[in-house]
Write a protein that binds this ligand. Structure first.
Ligand code: IPD
Ligand code: CA
Ligand code: CA
Length: 265
């Protein structure tokens, strides 16, 4: 295992411990509004501080992009992309679905390492480019289900971007017809990790940021899946919409995403 992945795993586990110790114990005074319908807690900040210092100690030459503002401008061309707590709203409401997401991209912007850690279940998803994807050390693969009547599909709802809502709802109706069920878990990193290990058969969300999806994208690809934007472009570093799935489910969802979100692409 590379030093990069080892560092990311140790940082994710440590941040997971910080989050878990405060889970269900959060005081209202520890929750701060960021923007409209967007919150940051002191736990997000503590997790980020812990991860950022682990990464800069180990790789001072690398750059870093973290959701809560920690940053580094290194000369190596590599970039760490960190969501210290994905699923903050769940965390605030003591809904036990949240994760820590850490990814590394190389100087060509290719994702080369990714970790998603779900502390409540002590589940660690890891991947390195070309090495496969793993859950707690065991190799994982995307699902092989292909009958639409059997598919469980994950999504995220554009809960503050109302101008996408109509397109989203029309796509949702369409997916309802071609699936057995839909889940909105509230952590995009977990949605992608669960797609990588076959719990979900596919995932789509329109408005995400690199810290939400970077580690999860590598997990899905290394598990044999396909990830693109809603326009079908596989360079996800340049846009914010994600369709992830298996060689069977990805084209199914992508066709719907292109059709329903046509005016936003
Ligand atoms: C959120 C989660 C959620 C997604 C939101 C994200 P946060 O991240 O990933 O599933 O629907 O768009 O903002 O704010 O909890 O880190
Ligand atoms: Ca997030
Ligand atoms: Ca977050």
């Amino acid at each position: 295992m590379s030093k990069e992945l080892e560092t990311a795993i140790a940082a994710a586990r440590k941040a997971g411990g910080i989050a878990l110790r405060k889970f269900g114990e959060l005081d209202l005074a520890e929750i701060h509004p960021k923007e409209y319908k967007d919150f940051v807690t002191e736990v997000d900040q503590a997790c980020e501080q812990s991860i950022a210092s682990a990464i800069t100690d180990a790789f001072p030459e690398d750059s870093m992009l973290c959701e809560e503002g920690s940053a580094a401008n290194g000369y190596s061309g590599r970039k760490w992309i960190v969501d210290p707590l994905d699923g903050t709203l769940n965390f605030i409401h003591s809904f036990p679905v949240f994760s820590i997401s850490i990814a590394l991209s190389d100087p060509h912007n290719d994702l080369v390492a990714g970790v998603v850690y779900q502390p409540v279940l002590d589940e660690l998803f890891t991947a390195e480019k070309g090495q496969g994807a793993f859950l707690n050390g065991k190799r994982i693969h995307v699902s092989t289900r292909n009958n639409p009547e059997h598919l469980l599909i994950a999504t995220g709802i554009p809960f503050k971007e109302y101008h996408y809502l109509e397109s989203y709802v029309s796509m949702l109706k369409d997916v309802v017809h071609d699936s057995a069920g839909i889940r909105r878990a509230g952590s995009a990193a977990i949605d992608l990790a669960y797609t990588a290990c076959g719990r979900f058969d596919a995932f789509w969300e329109y408005k995400l940021f690199p810290w939400d999806y970077s580690a999860g994208v590598l997990l899905v690809r290394e598990a044999g899946g396909i990830v693109t934007g809603f326009d079908g472009n596989s360079d996800v570093s340049s846009h914010h919409s994600i369709v992830a799935g298996t060689p069977t489910t990805h084209p199914l969802l992508l066709e719907k995403a292109k059709r329903h979100f046509q005016e936003h692409l």
